[in-house]
Design a protein around this ligand. Sequence first.
Ligand code: GLN
Length: 359
Amino acid sequence: MEGYLHLADGKKFQGSLLGSLPEEGIAGEIVFFTGMTGYQEVLTDPSYKNQIIVFTYPLIGNYGINDQDFESKKPHAAAVIVSEAAKEAYHYEAQHSFTEYLEKWNIPILEHIDTRELVKGIRQNGTMPAVVTASPENAVCCDTISSLKVKEVSVPSPVTIGRGSNHIVLVDYGFKKSIAEYLVNQKCLVTIVPYNYSADQISALKPDGVLLSNGPGDPKELMDQLPEIRKVAEYYPVLGICLGHQLAALAFGGDTKKMLFGHRGANQPVFDVTGNRVFMSSQNHSYAVDQNSIEHTGLKIRFLNKNDQSIEGLYHEKLPLMTVQFHPEASPGPEDSIFIFEEFINTVQYRKRREISYA
Ligand SMILES: NC(=O)CC[C@H](N)C(=O)O
């Protein structure tokens, strides 16, 4: 069956539609992911909520969907655009094929699209609203991108996992499972709390450290949470990842801006200004902390993107606050930056040993 992708800049692509669509089509922000593998982690990462994901690698789905690589319980993408979708799964661990898995969750795939041409356009005109339809006519509803997606993906009430002497509160803006798993494997007791938990509610849990998770959408949709985040970061060791990094920067008076087409892939080079070295990272974001906004905030640059010099991580000059725009948990992608978690846990343990007390 034929299907169509209509972009807000007026371009239209025709392809073959797999799965079904409501009459008005499916709308979302169109973004592209450049990794050769990792589609299972991408599809189930809540940060992609309601986005239309273009995979640039020409064949997607050939190793199927397994039981281990889910980043959450279900896929969050609005629709998927590929050059070719593998209908069979060629891997001994595969439990479903790529196409059957997305069909089960009612997520349409538009294949046989010239993804190179499409992505060249997005790189030029930016990520933008788009709609996938079965009809060549219907191109409207390009501006219906829903807001506060964090609320839709966050836990409704606290959940505790793992065991250990370090108690980490994970504030859930749409956390990836591999973040929580890393902490549990490091023998942490982890309490996952809703995105709108107050500083007092977090304090009542007596954490040794707080992790602000990744998540979907514009960080400025969560302005109400900023005073709470700041209070928490003034008392506890805090690690912010991706959306968590952006929120921490806003909470201390910094600003964020929308990038032209963001970073989504598994080979983003990051420069560590303190160690004078570069490593590869997994990334997925549309927003970045504005370079010009962090003066007088107490925040200092720790990491920069080697491709476009955008901010990839910050630390606070006085407080035990560290933030990263990239994904130290990888999934998918290189594990070069796993040391970020080690630094965080070392800070947590150091503060405990010194018996630095909190309010
Ligand atoms: N992975 C994330 O946490 C993404 C953060 C934010 N939603 C952005 O697109 O910039």
